[in-house]
Design a protein around this ligand. Sequence first.
Ligand code: SF4
Length: 202
Amino acid sequence: MPGTSETECTVRLPERRTHTATCDDTFSGDATVHCPLSLDARFVRSCQRCPRFEREVFSGAQAWVECRVPLAAADPHGSCGELMSPEVTCLDSELDAERAAEFLEFAGVTSAPVLDDNCVLVGIVSTTSLARVRLGSGLRLEVEDAMSTQVVTLTQQATLGEAARLMASRGVDRVPIVTDDGHLVGVISAMDLVRWLATRLP
Ligand code: SF4
């Protein structure tokens, strides 16, 4: 049972969604929040069974979970898990390269994490690399033929400073966030860091 109301407060946890384009032209995905107690991603459907859960709120394009936690846990830790982008576009590694390029164009992004059947991150692919393999061969090619497997990642517990330093040293503006066993839970972008700074700088 949660503790007394004097020592707790309600926190608002923004939902994150991954949209993965799959081989059968469907999109799989699930909503998660960053749990301030376990400091990792939790499916919203599992939060609904948690005794601390209060409600799920939808407002325009945004959605969040409200739950009661001890005051000490309510303060932000400044971690990547707290600040991840709300929407992540992903591709199934076996998706046709032509379809993948169309999907990225539709989603308005120039690169995307690539997942295997178990939602484990196996690479990253860009519109440029997809175009290169499509031009270079008359064969039917898949996303895994175009992806790079050299992907830098961070965990949810990594600090925002670590994310900024990694982006600066590797020349990237998006870093996938993964669990210890490699499952993708989100992405942190340079724009996420800029938005966070914008709320704190004078
Ligand atoms: S409802 Fe429970 S599991 Fe979900 S974020 Fe809140 S404390 Fe964590």
